[in-house]
Design a protein around this ligand. Structure first.
Ligand code: PXG
Length: 454
């Protein structure tokens, strides 16, 4: 990257001297220096060199209503002046958190009317783990502790979150997962389906849940947690047979089901929640990201009425955070949900932009590098391969990173998860902006192919 603005170098020096960035190779980052993002509007970012970049990732899957909405800034400012902070411990509350809990109950699936607020998605999943175990203890089954999760799922970066997640590269650092968390196969047909059809593989992957329940003993299993669609794992859309079979298994055994809606929630699939999209009936849903469109940190756990009825009998739940239900975050979330509702943003995704994005993205299937294009709503994935028919990868070439770098240089943020390119643009992206995204993506695929052949 060439820098012309002297301020860029100053900021990069500050980064080198003082900042430790998340999920980064500290030393490598010092050598390259971070790209400095200075402003944003709609679906576009600007960096300190004046480059305009189409943000195909909505920040980190979160900026649902797009950048630059003054209403959210005004809501924060107003709330900061009125009541910038008060806690919800010791039998107190404040209006924004109560109004937000009601607004969330109104959009959540039927029978899910209570919310426990946290500062992030990871804290939401930590809360889930403690609440699940507390729930079974109240019911006189304290041994129902084990949480079943999935390989390559993502549930956060706290100790519990990273343990629940199935990212082996996270487990390797610091003796994770913690005890009482086990992982089953993921429904990732393209990479792991072998000779099975997607439909066969979906059933096989779902059956892993039943096998694990039987192996551990249903009396020891507290819950199963899953993202409706795995996001960070590579936008993994389960085969059509997967969720129906999982639902059968869940109906058969007395365990809780937790849908991690941190990415799928708040409109990403064209429905309010991924659980609506797949008609799942979760007992709990983790939320974050789109809840505030990322303008301010906030997460939470939505809990089904029957579960709350049990918790009501359990005395104190000894859990909570200084910033649980922070009034400023709650005011921003309320305004964010109001905008989504009043401007019918999710309806437009459902009816117009999701079908358009999905059909335009699939045009990339003819590209020699592309083994599969898949997607739902405003989520998309492009698998980069050496051989389309056998789904064979370019082993060890780092093709995803090559493509990601071309994207960056050509004004598009498209993420690489291994050799899978993924997108999740703001929900307000227009058809014209989708055209721009797909045109740029094709250009970067061409550049990647040329680089591989050179
Ligand atoms: N659940 C899911 C499904 C997530 O995607 C979390 C929980 C944790 O949320 P917090 O707010 O604690 O970060 C997430 C977060 C990536 C990436 O590489 C994705 C996330 C976080 C960091 C990186 O795509 N998702």
């Amino acid at each position: 990257m060439t820098n012309n603005n002297p301020q860029t170098r100053e900021w990069q020096a500050l980064s080198n001297d003082h900042h430790l960035a998340p999920f980064s190779d500290f030393k490598q980052l010092k050598e390259k220096g971070p790209r400095i993002i200075t402003s944003a509007k709609g679906v576009y970012l600007w960096d300190s060199e004046g480059n305009k970049i189409l943000d195909g990732m909505a920040g980190l899957w979160c900026v649902a209503i797009g950048y630059g909405r003054d209403e959210l800034a005004d809501a924060a400012s107003k709330q900061m002046r009125e009541l910038p902070y008060y806690n919800l411990f010791f039998q107190t509350a404040h209006p924004p958190v109560l109004e937000l809990a009601k607004a969330i109950a109104d959009i959540a699936p039927e029978g899910m009317n209570h919310v426990f607020f946290t500062g992030s998605g990871s804290e939401g999943n930590d809360t889930m783990l403690r609440m699940v175990r507390h729930y079974w203890a109240i019911k006189g089954q304290p041994q129902k502790k084990v949480i079943i999760s999935r390989k390559n799922g993502y549930h956060g970066s706290t100790v519990a979150g990273a343990s629940l997640g199935g990212m082996t590269y996270m487990h390797e650092q610091g003796d994770l997962p913690i005890p009482g968390i086990v992982h089953i196969a993921q429904p990732y047909w393209f990479a792991e389906g072998g000779d099975m059809t997607p439909e066969e593989f979906g059933v096989w992957a779902a059956n892993q849940l039943e096998e694990k329940i039987l192996e551990i003993g249903v009396d020891n299993v507290g819950a199963f947690i899953a993202e409706p669609i795995q996001g960070a794992g590579g936008v993994i859309i389960p085969p059509d047979t997967y969720w129906p079979r999982i639902k059968e298994i869940l109906a058969k055994y007395d365990i809780l089901f937790v849908a991690d809606e941190v990415i799928c929630g708040f409109g990403r699939t064209g429905e309010w929640f991924g659980s609506d999209f797949y008609d799942l009936k979760p007992d709990m849903m983790t939320i974050a990201k789109g809840l505030t469109s990322g303008y301010i940190p906030m997460g939470g756990l939505i809990v089904r009425d029957e579960v709350v009825a049990v918790l009501n009998e359990g005395g104190d739940f000894n859990h909570g955070f200084t910033y649980s239900g922070h009034p400023v975050a709650a005011a921003v979330a309320l305004e964010n949900i109001r905008i989504m509702r009043d401007e019918k943003i999710i309806d437009r995704v459902h009816e117009e932009t999701a079908p358009y994005l999905q059909s335009r993205l699939r045009e990339l299937s003819d590209h020699p590098l592309v083994g599969e294009v898949r997607g739902v709503g405003l989520l998309g994935a492009i698998e980069l391969v050496q051989d389309k028919a056998t789904r064979k990868r370019y082993e060890g070439r780092g093709v995803g990173m090559i493509c990601r770098t071309f994207c960056f240089e050509n004004g598009l943020i498209m993420r690489a998860v291994g050799d899978t390119m993924i997108i999740a643009p703001p929900l307000v992206i227009t058809k014209a902006e989708i055209d721009e995204l797909v045109t740029k993506a094709r250009k970067c695929l061409d550049l990647t192919l040329s680089a591989l052949q050179a």
